[in-house]
Design a protein around this ligand. Structure first.
Ligand code: GLC
Length: 527
């Protein structure tokens, strides 16, 4: 049997509200995406992952879903989605959608019924409702990922209804109770709805957190919030969650072997890999990678851990350096011109590693994190916890001219974009990159073309192992197969490439043959 396409796919993440605004209301939408689809096809990616566009009050920019099987009028219609699917498929692009099974919106009809029902009712049993020891103390000490208690009172002030409900994220995102089998049946229908429409894959939001420890006991520490979700054994990574993915794998495979599931499993590599055993999800993002600095030893340690997880569980690595929740890599890697060079090198590097890779919109333009003015910030994490993810979500610049918000808006309008574009944005516009042969965009297009050719010639194979090492303290190497390696110069001095190296693509031109300048990556053939 052929190796499945997704195993080596490069998928481009579209954050719809910031990609392209077709109707000029300041928020990106499906008609904008439809119009810009040829751009995505021209990159040479295999598919696109769309973050949520389903009906939602938009408290968490769509991750608070009030109807799992429709399109929010803010983004368009189901008919437009079908058009998008058809056009994408005709351009050779697969479509991956987000499914948010840990929580819904507090406006979801089932949650609305639950709050109108009495404590102990079947309606409330779909969620986590519980009374605290008294009217003002929540049932346990869990903290929300977005800051503050993970519990809110249903009817503050009522003497007869002392229930609280659990929300790992904002109070507008009540957690489903996955111990109730009706919840599993509800989501099986959601998966079928989108697979029946023809989507190729689903990205599963907060995939490791659906089940909470039985009885919802207090945590030993109320500790750091994001970390709490990752490492708090009560809130996430319960054994029961794997049954969900076994069921979903059977459901997914009942369509075609081409459909797939990718999990947001924000755990250490050896735990995350258990979610991609052969009868569970197909992929899980290599999250350990997005926490790395620009440091050879850190990269090698995590690379080896992921490789060990691959050997133990068959987990196919899935690389990503950015997404809509993370500070842009150009800024994370130090900012300024060095940060920009490192982000570009990092992207070229992950595209050469064995496995699949995800590119977040704007990464091909080298966009840095934006310091969004305080008054313009809308992320609920900012409001509850003082951390804002808005800076990675600013609308894309398409044109140098500031007109129509640097081309983000495709229609004449006076509406401002939902997040302001910084004055520097025009210099990173798509059209600037398209015209400059040395741009990051052109580099990525060349790299993806080369990746296809090397796969065709059998130089790159889907099941290649990755052997990680550091040479001379400043050169990171991941060797795959016998004659291909990815090299990244992470020190302050040029790094000597291994003897017999022929560079086939580099993130910027080599000054001296056999050497890689600092903050640069190269794909190398060995002879
Ligand atoms: C995921 C999403 C993030 C969202 C959270 C809650 O981590 O990527 O944007 O806020 O889930 O749904």
């Amino acid at each position: 049997m052929n190796d499945p396409w997704w195993q080596t796919a490069v998928i481009y993440q579209v954050y719809p509200r910031s990609f392209a605004d077709g109707d000029g209301d300041g928020v990106g939408d499906l008609s904008g995406l439809l119009a810009r689809l040829p751009y995505l096809a021209s990159l040479g990616v295999d598919g696109i992952w769309l973050t949520p566009f389903q009906p939602s009050p938009q408290v968490d920019q769509g991750y608070d879903v009030s109807d799992y099987c429709n399109v929010d009028p803010l983004f368009g219609t189901l008919q437009q989605f079908d058009q998008l699917l058809d056009l994408a498929h005709s351009l050779g692009l697969r479509i991956v959608l987000d499914v948010v099974p840990n929580h819904c919106s507090s406006e979801h009809p089932l949650f609305q019924q639950a709050i109108k029902s009495s404590p102990g009712s079947a309606e409330r049993a779909l969620f986590h409702f519980a009374a605290g020891p008294d009217a003002v103390t929540p049932p346990n000490n869990w903290q929300s990922v977005f800051g503050g208690s993970a519990w809110s009172r249903v009817n503050p002030g009522s003497d007869s209804d002392l229930d609280w409900y659990l929300h790992l994220f904002s109070s507008a995102q009540p957690d489903w109770n996955w111990r109730n089998p009706l919840v599993g049946d509800f989501f099986a229908d959601v998966l079928r709805f989108w697979f029946d429409r023809g989507v190729d894959g689903l990205r599963i939001d907060v995939a490791h957190a659906l089940f909470k420890a039985e009885g919802l006991p207090d945590a030993a520490t109320t500790g750091a919030v994001i970390d709490g979700l990752r490492s708090n054994p009560l809130v996430s990574d319960q054994e029961e969650v794997h049954e969900v993915y076994r069921r979903w794998r059977t459901l997914t495979d009942s369509y075609t072997p081409e459909r797939f599931l990718v999990g947001e499993v924000n755990l250490e590599p050896h735990r995350a890999a258990r979610y991609t055993r052969s009868d569970e999800m197909h992929q899980a993002f290599a999250f350990a990678f997005v926490r790395l600095g620009w440091d050879t030893n850190e990269w090698v340690a995590v690379g080896r851990e992921l490789e060990a997880a691959r050997l133990e569980h068959g987990a196919s690595p899935t690389w990503a350096l950015e997404n809509h929740d993370i500070v842009r890599s150009a800024t994370r890697f130090g900012g300024g011109s060095r940060g920009a060079a490192r982000a570009r090198a990092g992207l070229l590097a992950i595209l050469g590693l064995p496995g699949g890779a995800y590119i977040y919109q704007g990464q091909e333009l080298g966009l840095p994190e934006v310091e969004v003015p305080l008054a313009a910030r809308v992320d609920p994490m900012w409001e509850r916890g003082g951390v804002s993810r808005d800076g990675a979500r600013v609308p894309l610049p398409w044109t140098v001219s500031p007109e129509r918000s640097h081309g983000f808006s495709l229609a004449d309008s006076t509406s401002s974009p939902w997040l302001p574009l910084p004055p520097s944005w025009g210099s990173s516009a798509v059209e600037v990159h398209q015209e400059n042969p040395d741009s990051t965009l052109r580099l990525i297009i060349s790299a993806l073309e080369l990746r296809r050719q090397l796969a065709f010639k059998g130089v790159l194979n889907p099941n290649d192992a990755g052997a990680w090492r550091v040479e001379n303290g400043n050169l990171l190497i991941c060797e795959r197969g016998s004659d291909f390696l990815v090299a990244v110069a992470m020190g302050d001095e040029p790094a000597r490439l291994p003897t017999g190296s022929a560079v086939i693509i580099a993130s910027s031109p080599q000054a001296v043959e056999g050497w890689l300048e600092p903050d640069n990556a190269a794909w190398v053939l060995q002879n």
